[in-house]
Design a binder for this molecule. Structure first.
Ligand SMILES: [Zn+2]
Length: 463
């Protein structure tokens, strides 16, 4: 078994991964707040932790890994979107939860075992808040419940922040009901026009709603337990979100660690094309899928190491598509040779197991394809084809029909291309070679290459 090593944000070091119980490996990743379509930055953690999920399942067995990715379906941004569009809050959250799953599904992301929604865990949230109050780590004030940051000595360890940083990081003017400027909200009051649930705190039957951070702590406790093996998310969540999750969970569980390993992916850099909704040029996954295949977008997301920033551009996706063209081209060239059930070669597995070094793994995959293009015997071809497919599967790539891929399966304009090819074949049948050449040149100018063979004319896009 290849030893998995993961970088832990908490210890600032890479270490061999040892789950507490190899028969029940637990992973939690913070999901989306569902009030809009997912942008490409939301897709990166979904794809990165999907690769880790695949690797864990391969290492410990499909039935021994439990992966939970939550849905934040109560939030002020959702309330604002519902108000703006004049619809019920559930209409917004249902619509964008479905849209998110559809979009990342197109990127080959396997659904997690559990996708808990915050609004379905209010009693668990209230129960955790009660325990935090009882143990002196939280207090009720003016309909709010606040977590008392000075009550937890380890606060700031994950993000390496001292007290001054924390207060500056709070970024809001200090509410008068806070005992300490760093204290954060666990529960807040709701007016009747906002989503709300009964609670023991405040007026109006305690009608209120949870703060964002407590949702994750309560859902982790319910679905995975007090201490989990891996907690993931974008590095923009380290402070305050993950710092607050740790504080809430540890103080609810007699100091027990929340997670053995904390993993954080870097952000996408969008260059001039800022990821700003107000500018109207957000990189929505949905929009990218109009012009690119989900597989090319996935490979583009895996082209950089997950902890590094990734400079995102149209070109990154175009390059990814070229890589896939080459790899699928090799599979086509290998033909219908039978492959035995195969495993990825050691060099590939070591790269993925080394803190998900996907750039190195992709280089190994390309090396396999290169080798496959030069081997002569059927036995070697079968072995390499099996290794390419098994390696691809671990990254969630190359599982499509190679021939269909090279034809640019079901892209816009396919029907028009087929029509032009038919017209060209008619011209050739009538020995009108000037016309058939004209159509071929016309297609070439659009990046379509034709190959005439005994079983008709095949075509492919140049990039
Ligand atoms: Zn979270």
């Amino acid at each position: 078994m290849t030893q998995l090593a993961l970088y832990n944000t908490l210890t600032k070091a890479k270490a061999p991964f040892e789950p507490a119980n190899p028969k029940r490996v637990t992973m939690y990743v913070c999901g989306n707040t569902v009030y809009n379509f997912a942008h490409i930055g939301n897709a990166r953690p979904a794809v990165v932790f999907d690769v880790l999920f695949r690797l864990l399942r391969r290492t410990y067995g499909n039935n021994h890994v439990i992966y939970a990715r939550n849905v934040t379906d109560v939030d002020d941004k959702i309330n604002a979107a519902a108000k703006e569009q004049g619809v019920d809050i559930a209409e917004i959250t249902d619509r964008f939860t479905a849209a998110f799953n559809e979009d990342i599904g197109a990127l080959g992301v396997i659904p997690p075992n559990v996708e808990p929604r915050a609004t379905e865990h209010i009693s668990e949230i209230v129960s955790m808040i009660k325990r935090l109050i009882a143990s002196g780590h939280a207090y009720a004030a003016e309909g709010h419940v606040l977590y008392s940051v000075p009550s937890f000595d380890d606060y700031g360890r994950l993000s390496n922040r001292n007290r001054d940083d924390m207060i500056a990081g709070a970024r809001v003017e200090v509410a008068p009901y806070k005992n300490d400027p760093a204290d954060f909200v666990l529960w807040k009051p709701s007016t009747n026009d906002l989503p709300g649930w009964d609670s023991p705190w405040g007026p109006n039957g305690g009608r209120g709603r949870p703060g964002w951070h407590i949702e994750c702590s309560a859902m982790i406790e319910k679905h995975l337990g007090e201490t989990i093996d891996i907690h993931g998310g974008g590095n923009d969540l380290i402070f305050p979100h993950h710092e607050n999750e740790i504080a809430q969970s540890r103080c609810s569980h007699n100091g027990a660690n929340l997670a053995g390993v904390w993993m954080h992916n870097g952000m996408l850099e969008l260059g001039d094309e800022k990821m700003s909704k107000s500018l109207g040029n957000v990189w929505l996954v949905r929009d990218l899928l109009q012009t690119h295949t989900g597989e090319a977008v996935r490979l583009a997301l895996l082209s950089a190491h997950y902890r590094q920033p990734l400079a995102w551009s149209e070109d990154v996706v175009v390059q990814a598509k070229r890589t896939l063209d080459r790899l699928y081209g090799t599979l086509v060239a290998l033909g219908h040779i039978d492959t035995e059930a195969s495993t990825p070669p050691d060099a590939f597995l070591s790269a993925v197991a080394d803190d998900l070094n996907t750039p190195k793994a992709l280089a190994e995959l390309s090396a396999l394809a290169k080798a496959a293009n030069t081997v002569a015997t059927d036995a070697d071809k079968a072995r390499l084809k099996g290794e390419i497919l098994a390696s691809g599967a671990l990254l969630g790539l190359l599982q499509g029909d190679p021939a269909a891929w090279l034809q640019g399966d079901a892209q816009d304009g396919d029907a028009e291309i087929e029509e032009l090819i038919a017209a060209r074949n008619d011209a050739r049948a009538n020995k009108d070679f000037a016309e058939s050449d004209r159509i071929r040149d016309d297609l070439a100018a659009k990046g379509i290459t034709l190959e005439d063979g005994t079983d008709g004319t095949k075509w492919r896009r140049a990039n």
